[in-house]
Structure formats: C-alpha cells, structure tokens
Design a protein around this ligand. Structure first.
Ligand SMILES: Cc1cc2nc3c(=O)[nH]c(=O)nc-3n(C[C@H](O)[C@H](O)[C@H](O)COP(=O)(O)OP(=O)(O)OC[C@H]3O[C@@H](n4cnc5c(N)ncnc54)[C@H](O)[C@@H]3O)c2cc1C
Length: 446
C-alpha cells in the first residue's frame, strides 16, 4: 500500500510541506479547520493566510531574512514563487498582495492531484485518520494560534513544561555596536580581582534614567489584538507596562544597580541595564528585562538612550504576542520529529521559528526530509553558515528558556575576522551563498 503523509494545518508551513511532498510524487492528506473554524488571528477562508503584515521583510542578501528567501528560491519553494509573483512595491522589502498570494497557494494545493484536502479540525494525535496504516508520517503545522484542543493534546504528549503559549521577547543587539567607553563587563557583587563577569552593563545617572524613562512612557506600542489581552506573567511584563507603575519601578526592578560600581566614576550608578550574551562567541546580546510591545522605530529611539547603546544595531527587535510553540531542543530531534513519537514531525512557527518566511522554510525542510525518508535516500542538513542551516541549528541548541527566533546573522557561526558593519554583512552573506551552493550540489533534493 502506498504510504501517505498527513499534515495538520494548511498555513504557510503546511502548504509548503504538502507541495514539496506532492512534487516528490508522494500522497498527502492535508487537514485544515477552515472554513468551519477560524483561529483568533485568521479571518479568511484561504490557505496560507498572512495573519498580519503583508511584508515578508527585507529582500536584500545582506540580511539574514533576505538570504533565507534566496535559499528558498534556490530550492524552488512554492511559497517564494507565489510571493515573487504577487509582490507589491515595498522598496528593499518583499511585500505581497495578500489575497492574490494566498489564492495562488490555495489553488496550487487544492488542484494538486496528489493532495487530498480535508476541511476538518484535528483535535488529537490519536485521531484514527492519523493513525491508520496508510499514514506513514504526521506533520503538525497548526501554527502559533493552533486550535486549543490540539494544543491540549500536544501538552498531554509532551508535558506542560515543554510547551509555551506566550512570547515575551527582549531586543537583541550586536555586541560590537556597543560603546565600550561606557559599557563594562561585570556581575553583581563581583569581587574577584581580574574576574570579568558574565554581563555587559550600562550604568545610568539619574538624569540619563529620567530621559530614558520619559521616552519609554511616551513611546508608541503595537496595539494588542482582542485575543492578546492576556494577563502578563509578572516575570515577563513588557518594560513599558512595568514603567507605567511608577518612576522608580525599573530602578528597583530589572535595572537595579545593587552590587555594581561604575569603573569610570567608582560610584554606584542610579540604575543599570544589563545585557546577556546570546551565543558563546558573544557576538550578540539581549537587553535583560526589556521585553516590549514598542514599535520597532520606537525601540531604536528609546533603547538608544541607554548609555553605551547610542549607536547600537539591532539583530532582533523585542515583541510580545500569543504564540504556541514547543521547547524544540528538548522535544524535537534534528529532523523536527518528536523524540517521543518519531512518526510525528512539527513544522512552522510551532517549532520555535518566528516569522512568515521562517515558518514556510521550516515546512519546506520537513517536506524534503520526509520525501528523502519515503523515497529511501539520505539528506544532510544545510550547514550552519547558511540561513536555513542556522535557523534549523537554533532549534537544537538547549537553552534555559527557549525562545523563538527569526533568521538573522547572529545564529550563524562568527566570522574569523573583525570587519566593519557593512563589510561584515557582506561577508556573512558571501560565506552563506557559497556554503549553500556547495551543500545543494551534494544533495538529492525534490
Ligand atoms: C497575531 C499574529 C501576527 C503575526 N504577524 C506576523 C507578521 O507580521 N510577520 C511575520 O513574519 N510573522 C508574523 N506572525 C508569526 C508567523 O509568521 C505567522 O503566524 C505564520 O502564519 C506562521 O505560519 P504557520 O504555518 O506556522 O502557521 P499558520 O500560518 O497560522 O497556519 C496554521 C494553520 O493551521 C490551521 N489549524 C490550526 N489548528 C488546526 C487543527 N486543530 N486542525 C486543522 N487545522 C488547524 C489554521 O487554521 C491555519 O490555517 C504573526 C503571528 C501571529 C499570531
């Protein structure tokens, strides 16, 4: 009997995965809850719906996301083909006509003779339609606002501690864009002579703190959607919400200066902002406690008021939204299959990647992995120097608190040489293009 792949969710990852498998000549059963049910974020009956902005972000090869798009184009991604075919003017970004884009992918999926679309909600991984003997693999691509019953079943399978439901992301900046005349390494109460300390610290005088505080309180934020009016956990309150409690809340909270002496003044600062390294190379670091709903332009304006951050470059902006995802390094293997149930794979944002393009890339990769397995050949993961390889690699790095990530250069291995910003991006990009070409030439791909 010919084995099929069942996919839950005809979103960005689900459609991409289905079209790749079908291109390989494999049969797919694609379950989509629309038009009977819509999540809080989905409004149309089309598949591959862009739930918010119509921008797929930068198209430039000197950005992580631009590179990822190019790698997807190289792999003949149906998602990218639809996006390029329905692009609208957006300067250096790639934005699309969302209806034309979703319509073309919906038709491609619905009209493909090897894809059977079942308009039904799947509420359990034990559903007999998924466990029947003709189904070889199941791909869960139900997205960040996956149906609650299915999520509850995933929690039962994986354990509560492996599943997250809300994202509170602090911005990440490039370490070499900080002003080291001001910023210093150190840990609280560090007293060992010569000890460097684990954090980068930005000391603030009362005047500097006041300027930052006032800008923060006046900054524009992304409005919360109806379903996002969730109670914030105390430990991951947006910084602007904390600040609104009073002038001193930050200085007594995440910015408390206790245990620090500013090496320049030999005095305790009024407040201190700490930055923690994101990777062992210490190339990027996150602003501790600075999870935020501020608009990106406001994040630039406000966070650059922190002493030492005046010219900082952002690798990733902060954000907060409802987001169901798993602790990928804990529960998924390198092929994105559940370690506990290898016939079930996850794809899209639910794995812990963040963003439209990243979700589609993840769907494409799972499609390639399953095509290789079902057709009996081997496939190796793209190297970490590439955008896709770096993103997939990120899902395997165990962390204290695993948080979703979009594609950016900070996920890639550091460059061997120190370069200026403009040259650095070019160097990352050139290295990635070359690594991707070599990898692609040596793989059998669908
Ligand atoms: C409110 C919001 C705004 C976002 N804005 C942006 C943005 O502007 N830019 C950006 O790059 N990223 C954004 N994202 C993040 C992410 O890129 C998108 O959510 C993206 O659509 C994720 O792709 P996906 O394929 O993983 O899931 P989705 O595209 O959400 O697809 C999941 C599909 O599964 C279906 N489904 C769910 N449960 C079931 C079930 N039990 N049975 C059958 N079908 C089911 C859904 O109906 C849906 O069609 C946003 C996310 C949210 C929640």
């Amino acid at each position: 009997m010919e084995k099929k792949v069942a996919i839950i969710g005809a979103g960005l990852a689900g459609c991409e995965c289905a079209l790749i498998l079908a291109r390989a000549g494999l049969h797919v059963v694609l379950f989509e809850q629309k038009p009977h049910y819509h999540s809080e974020a989905h409004v149309s009956n089309l598949f591959a719906e862009l739930v918010c902005s119509n921008s797929l972000r930068s198209n430039e090869l000197t950005s992580g996301i631009g590179l990822l798009k190019q790698e997807l184009r190289d792999l003949q991604s149906p998602f990218m083909a639809a996006a390029d075919a329905h692009a609208v003017p957006a300067d250096k970004a790639l934005a699309v006509d969302r209806v034309a884009f979703a319509t073309s992918l919906t038709h491609a999926v619905q009209q493909h003779p090897l894809i059977e679309v079942v308009c039904a909600k799947v509420t359990s991984l034990s559903d007999p339609r998924l466990t029947s003997s003709d189904i070889a693999y199941v791909v869960v691509a139900a997205g960040p606002v996956a149906d609650n019953e299915l999520v509850a079943d995933l929690v039962r399978n994986l354990g509560q501690e492996a599943c997250y439901f809300y994202d509170a992301i602090a911005p990440i900046v490039w370490t070499n864009s900080l002003d080291f005349q001001i910023v210093f390494w150190g840990s609280r109460y560090q007293d060992e002579e010569g000890e460097i300390g684990d954090y980068l610290n930005c000391p603030m005088t009362k005047e500097e703190y006041t300027r930052f505080y006032e800008a923060l309180c006046a900054a524009k934020t992304v409005p919360a959607r109806q379903f996002e009016q969730l109670k914030h956990f105390e430990g991951c309150m947006p910084i602007e919400a904390l600040a609104s409690r009073g002038f001193k809340t930050l200085a007594f909270g995440p910015f408390k200066p206790v245990g620090f002496v500013d090496p320049r003044t030999h005095q305790r600062p009024y407040a201190i902002v700490q930055l923690r390294s994101e990777n062992v190379q210490q190339e990027t670091c996150n602003l501790v406690g600075c999870q935020t709903r501020m608009l990106q332009a406001e994040q630039q304006r406000v966070f650059r008021l922190i002493p030492g951050l005046a010219n900082c470059e952002f690798a990733r902006y902060g954000s907060m939204h409802r987001n169901t995802y798993v602790n990928a390094p804990l529960v998924l293997d390198a092929s994105l299959a559940l370690k506990s149930t290898p016939r079930v794979l996850l794809a899209g944002q639910i794995t812990g990647v963040e963003g439209y393009v990243e979700s589609a890339a993840c769907g494409l990769w799972v499609g390639q992995v399953l095509a290789a397995r079902l057709l009996g050949y081997t496939l190796s993961q793209p190297p970490k120097e590439t955008a896709l390889g770096a993103l997939l690699g990120y899902l395997q790095v165990v962390q204290k608190k695993f948080q979703p990530s979009n594609a950016h250069f900070g996920l890639m291995p550091a460059l061997d040489t120190k370069l200026k910003k403009i040259d650095r991006k070019k160097a990352y990009s050139e290295r990635a293009r070359s690594a991707f070409k070599t990898w692609q030439q040596n793989q059998r791909l669908v």
